[in-house]
Write a protein that binds this ligand. Sequence first.
Ligand code: GLC
Length: 742
Amino acid sequence: MKRLFLALVGVAVMMACSTASQLSDEEQKAYDFADELIKKMTLREKIGQLQQFTTRTAAITGPDGVKRDTEECIRNGEVGSFLSIRKTEEMLRLQKIAVEESRLGIPLIFGYDIIHGCRITFPENLAMSCSWDIDAIEHSARVAAIETAATGIHWTFSPMCDISADPRWGRVSEGAGEDPYLGAAISAATVRGYQGNDLAADNTIAACVKHFAAYGAGQAGRDYHTVDMSELMFRDRFLPPYRSAVEAGAVTAMSSFNDFMGVPASGNKWLLHTLLREELGFTGFVVSDYNAVHEMVKHGTAADGKEAACQAMNAHLNMDMVYGDYIKYGEELVKEGKVSEKSINQLCREVLAVKYRLGLFEDPFKYGRQNQEEVMYRAENLQFAREVAAKSMVLLSNNGVLPLKEGVKIALVGPLADAPRDQLGAWIGWGEAGRSVTIRKGLEERFGAKNIIYAKGSDFRAPIKGGIEEALRAARKADVVLLAIGLSYKESGEATSLTEITVPEAQQALLDALKKMGKRVVVLLGTGRAMDLRNEIEKADAVLLTWHGGTMEGAAVADLVSGDKNPSGHLTMSFPYCVGQVPVHYNNKITGRPRKGPEHDKKYLSRYMYTPNEPLFAFGYGLSYTEFDYSDLQVLTPEVALDGVVKVSVKVKNVGKRDGEDVAQLYVRDLVAETTRPMRELKGFERIALKAGEERVLEFEIPTSELAYCHQDLSFHTDKGEFLVGVGADSNVELTGKFTIK
Ligand code: GLC
């Protein structure tokens, strides 16, 4: 009886949600269509819409899925979606079976991980976030959507909205770094880029808010590991990017692998229903991560797949990715009264409504029809990818060796110097290494092949016999060495957690040998995560963080090292002094015994005995070939009403000899609050371009609602009180301004 009661409660709550959140006319129309269709469907067909499978030839993005007869499942209405199919004709073939050979002809929805580009691969997302160029990030998603729709894919499993300050976790490469304010802006922009203004257009695709939730806070940076934090911390630091993606209209979401406050996300009703739908107003559908429903058995919160399916369905998880517990046990669960048919109807209508909004019922073959020759690799999009790659790269150090002079002879060394696949990073969608402009190619085109002497020098984690000698021979013939080192694409993305975040020994040996020669060395650092770069910074004459810069990486590197373009990237993730500091992030709480700096190194302070508290490079940091001077901070509203707008201005001057771009960042500190607050929080930023000598006054407006925080009773609002404020080029800026909310 108890279970039946719970099921009925589940239904009542589920039915309430899609009416609670104000549905748009478009959403209402889609739901009305779905409700009519559901009346004709059998229970098995409704559950079929809640099942997603992969196929024998699809890309594998998880543990092997159960092998099934794909076509039979489609004809029987036992599957509603497929993921990771890499052939247009295969998707069209399966869609034809669904539309023509299943009883009701309900179209399939095809999903894929288009994370940072489809054919054209943009820099990995963490890299792109370092451009702080929201319009460019939105445009990269727009380009990705246009290319994706031409492949026949309807739906991307992106944006990844997981905040993380732990570079041991390889998936930081897929996110937007450690800050919730910037992360929220980027998540929303990415959703806008994918979904555009018309989801039914034939060049827009469904976005997916993932991984819900807090997947980036796994213990010890180990993938899939436990996430346990206060709801207060979650709401302050981790929730904003998910919320902004929902508010931007994302029509799908994905439950994460991790448990959250003791309950696996895929069976976590508070997460998937109460928070996501009732509080955030999400009205689309939620797909589990790969096998994550069945993995609740591994988590130990479900005795078997049937119980896992029951918990997930009642938690309001719409779609089971791959494993198959939904289609296997769904009817039994309804017959046993453990899941009501009304719940199944609600889960199904939300899936059907998204298919309807994509236009798939009207024209199931609208995607994949475009002429791929015309759509893919368009020149203007490749040029854009080159520009956004250059904007994403971060100049970490430079003793004047950069930019290089014309006619210079360059020894190009290292495993990332001519690495067309590695430069694309993880999750490359339909990307093709054969289209990569490698660093070698970019430099040869810019400086002339005769001026580039190439030597691989070493592999990523193993020396090459004679590699160092070859590198030294190349260096002897050159004026300067460009050393392209770092991590391979296999060390970025899912299931790539590391306990060491230094450049591998074999590559550091190259740097040491070249340094001993006394040659000027520029390190081009390729990576998908923050790293401990103390050795590189100590030994190199310059370090340029090139990330995994995508298809056009090499051209972007050439643009920067030649001085044709001026570096302008700023870090969105702190680079630790060492892995022992991790997780280290700029928006730490102050503690009751703050250590203010080396001069305060007394015993009873919050510090390490032999290591600084500060990271090697702070959030927001990035150099240029010119210099920007911030001065004359003015708090134009020293007193603000509780519902007012704080106004701050600052002067920025390009005091160098070259034109350049910088990212002005505004930070605040709430001096006294009901709960402990971060020592500073990003609350505004602006990319600015200034000619040499040019000065500009920037004005920032911060609605006081942006200063809201989670209180002890979990209410989220702004208090009256005093705040410090500062504007500068990184998170170490002095907060010299003050305002009071009255
Ligand atoms: C993977 C990833 C997820 C991806 C999904 C489908 O395991 O965790 O980010 O979207 O499976 O490939």
